[in-house]
Every structure is written in structure tokens, then in C-alpha cells.
Design a protein around this ligand. Sequence first.
Ligand code: NAD
Ligand code: UDX
Length: 486
Amino acid sequence: DMTIGKICCIGAGYVGGPTCAIIAHNCPSIQVTVVDLSEERIAQWNSDRLPIFEPGLDDIVKGCRGKNLFFSTDVEKEIIEADLIFICVNTPTKNYGVGKGRAADLKYIESAARMIATVSTKSKIVVEKSTVPVKAAESIANILKANVKPGVKYQILSNPEFLAEGTAVKDLLQPDRVLIGGDQTPEGHEAIQALCWVYGHWVSKDRIITMNTWSSELSKLAANAFLAQRISSINAMSAICESTGADVTEVAHAVGMDTRIGNKFLKASVGYGGISGFGGSCFQKDVLNLVYLCECLNLPEVAEYWQQVININDYQRRRFANKIIESLFNTVTNKNIAIFGFAFKKDTGDTRESAAIYICKYLMDEGAKLHIYDPKVEEKQLITELTHPAISDDPSRVKELVTIHKDPYEAANNTHALVVCTEWDEFINYDYEKIYGSMLKPAFLFDGRIILDHQKLMGLGFNVITIGKRLQRPNVHRPYAQAPAQ
Ligand code: NAD
Ligand code: UDX
């Protein structure tokens, strides 16, 4: 009997929390409990201030919480009672041992699987929602089977998540597709149908696709690799633009109008070719995961192909930081520099793998004094990122060089340069005349997201430098990507 009355989700993070809120919201007959080992995270989910910021999420959580949506640290109890379990734990890049720096670290997945195997007393559907290498479901199945109790049967499904941060609620409510992979056996099909039934409460049938487990696992890595590749492709073009006088916005527009290519993820307005290409917790990790998988499968040419997507992203970050330093007469030591935006994209407080971290690192390495403002990133989070051993080996130096501001005008006051690192909407409409007036001259503005009105800013007196385009001051025939001669 595959009726789903209770769902347990292991992992109350960016995926587990929003996904379960949407399930609870759309399936009043199902009781959904999200569990986590972190007491702090669960307490936040149960408070007025949720641990993550996502537009629209507060209302949905507050509407269901205590009715059919619960957050708990009692992992064992909720596993025992559940008919279906989502595994939504983190799968970061391994930072030790074999595959260090590339392979996905599956220790959290394994511990979740062992916990399920240890405590379960009835049959369950176990759904792998975390992003994993191909064949991870087999490892979960092996752990469960090796520890099985009499009368208990498991079906393992792969159901990767495609939500993007900042638009999680919209993506979950109106997904492009829901992907479910499972065993191609009668029991497997029955489990697939049970999960289809859950999504069927709000997603139309033609958007729910089913396939074998390995196709499903690989599709997730493939989708992220394709998306990341588009960004690296446009970023590679941006470098050519800067050396030739072409404008990457125009190139993206022309290329994107080909319906076979499409204009998304090359968008001529915001974000494309962002400050340093892509950030976020997924793209780099998942492409590296794919590269490592290819190496293990003895497919070195394929591995190298995808590795290049990462290399271009690293290159773009360094290139932008170098441009800042060069423009500021090759020295930023002791110069005040304002950083607008620290999140990896707008509408999220998430900073994982944010481009801003690397830009700040390169500037701190040169001794610049940073004045950082972000509308959503918490101060503690920001300091944690900048004092990470890979970013700075001396936390006291971070303290000395970094000031965090609650007001953008204060952050910009008395600085030599302003660097836009995140495409927050509010940055577009600031009073740049006022900002210019409060800055040291010559005042530089580096638009790493191509969101501001460059002509207008130049009119105010700013030296504007952006990505994928050389700007010229009105009536002055000098390429502005280069440092003006002293
Ligand atoms: P996260 O770090 O925000 O959340 C994971 C949570 O799992 C943490 O709170 C952690 O404490 C908890 N956890 C770990 N082991 C546990 C255990 N044994 N028992 C209970 N709780 C445990 O991670 P996330 O961003 O939600 O990502 C989760 C997975 O989803 C990853 O595999 C990621 O690749 C994938 N994914 C993420 C996104 C995204 O936008 N963040 C999108 C699609 C897919
Ligand atoms: C991504 C995938 O989009 C999502 O489907 C998957 O489930 C998780 O990973 P996310 O990382 O949350 O989602 O955000 P996304 O909008 O994809 O942006 C990732 C990074 O790429 C950001 O740093 C963003 O600024 C950058 N980006 C995006 C660009 O530089 N250019 C673009 O055109 C789009």
C-alpha cells in the first residue's frame, strides 16, 4: 500500500525547507515534517524570522506551520512514522582525501541512509533529492538492504530539485518540470506513481517526467553543467569584447534572439556575465562533481571539456579584480573601496561561492580597506566567509580591513571606488549624484553586474568600468577600461 500520509524531510536547508512548505501548502491531507540535526536551524524555522530569505516564503510557511507543516530535531521519531522520506542534506565538494576539491562529499547522505536503516520498522519510499553523482541511489539502496528488518521494504527514487535561490517559491509552484527516476520494476513504478501523486496536487501531469534512476541523477548534473556553461560562454565572449570594442550586451542580444539558443541565462539586462561569472552553492560543486565522475569513468576528454567551464569562471573573477586594481593606478593599498552586494545573486541572503568573496579576497590581498553593504546578508555570515582559511589566513587582518555598513551611502562615503558585486534592484535607483559627491576624486565605479546606467554615471563625473564593454567618456576618445594616464 503506497498511500502517502506522512512525509519526513531530512535536511532543513535551502531546498528542504521551501520544498516541504510548498508540499504542505498544496497537499492539506499530507503531514509534512522537516527534520535537521541543527537545533539552531529548526528553532529559526519555528520562529518569526526564518533562517533563509526567499520572496513569498514567509507567508506560505506561516500559513501551514503547526497545521500540516512541522519542523523538528526528533529525526528518529519522524523517520519511523513517515511513509515517504526526502533526503535533502547537503552534498558539498569534498575537502579531504580521495577526490578532494572535486568529488561530492556523500557523508551526510550516508548518515541519513544509515539512520533510516537503523530505525525503520515499516516499508518506505526513500527519495534522493540532494544533488548526487550518478549511481548514488545504488549506494543508498545497498546501505538500506544490508540492514533491513523483516517485513520492511524500501524503494529508492531520484527526484532532483531544480529551484533557484531567490525564486524558490515561484520555481516550486510552477516548475518547468518535475523529474522522478526509479527502478524499472512493478514495485519501482508503484513508488514513482506515489510520488507523482504528491506532485500531482499542483503540477500538471505533462510536466512530471519519469525515467530510470541513473538518467534522473545524471539529468540534474547535466542541467547545471549546461547552465554554467552558458555563463562561461558569454563570459569568454566578454573578454573578447573588452579587447575589441564589441559590447557583450549587444552580442548576447543578437545571439539570444536565435530561438534555438534562446535569451535566458544570457540576458541582455541583468546578471549575465555577472561580476565573475557564476556563484552559488550549486554550479561549481556540481560541475566539479561531473568532472570527477568522468575521470572515474576513464573519460578524460569529457572531464577536460567540463573542467574548462570552471576555469573560465575563475578567470573571469581574477580578470575583474585585476581590472579594479589596474584602474586604481595599480595600487589599492589603504584605499577605501565600497562593495555593493555580497550575496551570490539578488533576492537571497546566501553567500556560498559568491563572486563578492573572491573580489574582496583579491582586494584584501592588496591591502584595500573594504566598506561592504548588502541588503540581506547577515554580518556574521559575511565575516565567516571572509575569514575562511582559503580566503584569509589572518582573521585579525580581516577585522582591520573590513567594515560592514547598514547604509549604502555611508559605505560609499570617502571611498576611491565603488564596486557593484550583486544585482540587487535597489542599487539601480540610488542617488548617485549624492554618492559621487561624497567620494574621493577621481571617483571610480566598477559595475560587475552591468545593471547601472553608465552614460548617466559618466555624466555625473564617475569613471565607469564594466564587464564586456569599453566605456568612453562623452567627447573623450579614450578607452576607459584602461587606467587613465596620470
Ligand atoms: P543546506 O546546507 O542549506 O541544508 C542541508 C541541511 O541538512 C543542513 O541544515 C544540515 O544540518 C542538514 N543535515 C545534514 N546531515 C543531516 C542528517 N544526517 N540528519 C539531519 N539533517 C542533516 O543545503 P541545500 O542548499 O538545501 O542543499 C541540499 C541539497 O540540494 C544539495 O545536495 C544541493 O546540491 C541540492 N540543491 C540545492 C539547491 C539550492 O539552490 N540550494 C538547488 C537544487 C539542489
Ligand atoms: C542554480 C540552478 O539555476 C538551479 O536550477 C539549480 O537547482 C541550483 O543551481 P542558483 O545557484 O540558486 O540555481 O541560482 P542561478 O539563478 O542559477 O544563478 C547562479 C549564478 O549564476 C549566480 O551567481 C548568478 O548571478 C549567475 N548568473 C546567472 C550569471 O552570471 N548569468 C546569468 O545569465 C544567470
